[in-house]
Design a protein around this ligand. Structure first.
Ligand code: GLA
Length: 406
């Protein structure tokens, strides 16, 4: 959706009066404050309703999704946030000015849902907007930050995705910190996911505000969208780290618009980029191929590596740079390398280990993360393989002699 289409069609006069304890735009301290909630030491993992369900959500879908995350084994692999996106709330606040769950679709309320999800060992996420309405024109939280954070906390919510629609043209740097303060003082530890679509280069300022920040407009379930977004997110690699991550948007794996190898590449590159791994398909009805991709423990462990450094595109060759090498350092002096074929035919992709920052005289064991095989124990010089159209081969290189990563 074009950003212009999300600008507010309303005037200031229609705003409700602030209900906050402090004026949300008393920003005198914001530059000095931090989120400091102790979360996001590695990128968040879980599920979100938007990519598959859009507004067609209800409490049964959310409960069945929590059930499926557990029964499929995905929860055990770390996918623990069950995140409700837009359209959970009524079109208006109640007479006390409080947000109210839609009585038709969430008749038991969000607290009941949080209890259900918590009983499964999972966490519940919710959605609001740093504007006067959400993108689907439900009430937004601008000027209601404290009241809304308090009600989310009272319901037992663990995660807030905070969107950017109907924002009155106020800069995000002013609209996002008030919710950080409100969450900090809500009495509950709540993950704070900023969704301002990269419009004001959030990587430059959001690490003090949230646990992750969207770097791009919305992903769609296509090869062109996924590759474009990967490139846009790559630019901000050096700003990610434990506590705060670049967010190139949620996974489309399993939604039908890309091939098996394209989804495998999508998952590989998101993992390598230390992107949030938020599943966006209907996990109640996944194919075995979808489950196989999402549950590749070796690829997940790249994403969740404690070193927390975002991997990046390190070299390109071929027409329009379609033959690509992406790589990033991991803990224990290891390196993850992805050979990604974005060309229209099969290609051989090679990389000198020196180009990857490795000592040319050292040797490495090479583990193929999709084949689950250790290919060789003493590779040196170059790494290379033939890669099918749009596929991505992914390896971990571990030093087999000392001082391997310079
Ligand atoms: C925006 C966000 C999406 C989704 C929708 C919901 O487009 O970027 O991720 O939350 O709003 O309306």
């Amino acid at each position: 959706m074009a950003i212009a289409a999300r600008l507010p069609p309303i005037s200031d006069g229609e705003l409700q009066k602030p209900t906050s304890r402090i004026h949300p735009f008393d920003t005198s301290n914001y530059g000095k404050l931090q989120l400091n909630n102790g979360l996001a030491l590695t990128p968040q993992m879980g599920w979100n309703s938007w990519n598959f369900f859009a507004c067609n959500i209800n409490e049964t879908v959310i409960k069945e999704t929590a059930d499926a995350l557990v029964s499929s084994g995905l929860a055990d692999l770390g996918y623990n946030y069950v995140n409700i996106d837009d359209c959970w709330s009524s079109l208006t606040r109640n007479t006390k000015g409080e947000l109210v769950p839609d009585p038709k679709t969430f008749p038991s309320g969000i607290k009941d849902l949080a209890d259900y999800v918590h009983n499964k060992g999972l966490k519940l996420g919710i959605y609001s907007d740093a504007g006067v309405f959400t993108c689907q024109v439900r009430p937004g939280s601008l000027y209601h930050e404290n009241a809304d954070a308090d009600i989310f906390a009272s319901w037992g919510v663990d995660y807030l995705k905070y969107d950017n629609c109907y924002n009155l043209g106020i800069k995000p740097e002013k609209r996002y910190p008030p919710m950080r303060e409100a969450l900090n003082s809500s009495g509950r530890t709540i993950f704070y996911s900023l969704c301002e679509w990269g419009v004001d280069n959030p990587a430059l300022w959001a690490s003090k505000v949230g646990n992750s920040w969207r770097t791009t407009d919305d992903i769609s379930d296509s090869w062109v969208s996924m590759t474009t977004i990967a490139d846009l997110n790559d630019k901000w690699a050096s700003y990610a780290g434990p506590g705060g991550w670049n967010d190139p948007d949620m996974l489309e794996v399993g939604n039908g618009g890309m091939s098996y190898v394209e989804y495998r590449a999508h998952f590989s590159i998101w993992a390598l980029m230390k992107a949030p791994l938020l599943i966006g398909c209907d996990v109640r009805n996944m194919t075995s191929e979808t489950l196989e991709i999402l549950s590749n423990e070796e690829v997940i462990s790249v994403n969740q590596d404690p070193l927390g450094v975002q991997g990046r595109k390190v070299s390109v060759e071929g027409k329009d740079g379609c033959s690509q090498v992406w790589a990033g350092p991991l803990s224990k002096n290891r390196l993850v390398v992805a050979l990604w074929n974005r060309c229209s035919e099969a290609v051989t992709i090679t990389s000198k280990l020196e180009t990857l920052g490795l000592d040319a005289t050292a040797t490495f064991s090479v583990r193929n993360l999709w084949k689950h095989e250790t290919l060789a124990e003493n590779v040196s010089g170059t790494l290379g393989a033939q890669v099918d159209v749009h596929d991505c081969k992914m390896y971990i290189l571990s030093p087999t002699c000392s001082h391997a990563i310079s």
